[in-house]
Design a protein around this ligand. Structure first.
Ligand SMILES: CC(C)(COP(=O)(O)OP(=O)(O)OC[C@H]1O[C@@H](n2cnc3c(N)ncnc32)[C@H](O)[C@@H]1OP(=O)(O)O)[C@@H](O)C(=O)NCCC(=O)NCCS
Length: 180
């Protein structure tokens, strides 16, 4: 059975494991190899997550997806928009699902949980930024996101084209039975 919940301090390694697996699958064709080296170091990424999960002032909220048998298999982070000029009041920063659990509705479930978390904090609209070359952009389109803006995002010393998707009403992502 799969459930969605808030992360605990001892989830740092599980989150890092999923993040690294997804980065390994997704970003080698999108980002320079030298940038990926640091991002794929499990000890470094797990230590970073451990610090974040212990830091009450860290305002990237998180939900994790747990499988009874396989443990932590996905996560999402969200909060206030990083770009102060953006006209939405909530942002999904990242959503990652372990590859063998993709295309089973889990990404959608995590976005629902994030939308619900943002709504509890008073947000009504939602945005997400994705590199234009990332096929996951079609996931956001399947969830009803509309391209609100295009920009060139400074990334690892490059400027990469990215898309800003928006939902004017994040309530469309929230269903009554959304867990988390
Ligand atoms: C993007 C991601 C989170 C989607 O999670 P998922 O569990 O595979 O997606 P779901 O099964 O919940 O799919 C929900 C809907 O999106 C569609 N969808 C998902 N990925 C898609 C893709 N790459 N292209 C087209 N449609 C896609 C599904 O068909 C489904 O449509 P439906 O509701 O009409 O049936 C996952 O593929 C992932 O972790 N990708 C790598 C990391 C990444 O790039 N994250 C986004 C950038 S932060």
């Amino acid at each position: 059975m799969i459930s969605i919940r808030k992360p605990r301090e001892n989830d740092a390694y599980g989150i890092a494991r999923v993040e690294i697996e997804v980065w390994r699958d997704t970003y080698p064709t999108l980002l320079p190899a030298e940038y990926l080296v640091d991002r794929l170091d499990i000890a470094r990424v797990a230590a970073l997550w451990a610090r974040r999960l212990q830091d009450a002032s860290f305002k990237h909220y998180c939900r994790v997806a747990m499988d009874d048998r396989d443990g932590l298999i996905g996560f999402i982070t969200f909060g206030t928009p990083r770009d102060p000029d953006i006209s939405y009041d909530g942002e999904i920063y990242e959503v990652y699902v372990q590859s063998d659990f993709q295309n089973q509705g889990l990404g959608k479930l995590l976005c629902c949980a994030a939308a619900r978390g943002l709504r509890q904090k008073g947000a009504q609209s939602l945005t997400v930024e994705v590199l234009e070359g990332n096929p996951s952009r079609f996931f956001y389109e399947a969830l009803g996101g509309k391209v609100a803006r295009r920009k060139n995002r400074p990334f690892a010393g490059l400027r990469l084209p990215s898309l800003i998707y928006g939902w004017d009403n994040l309530g469309v992502l929230v269903t009554e039975d959304t867990p988390g």
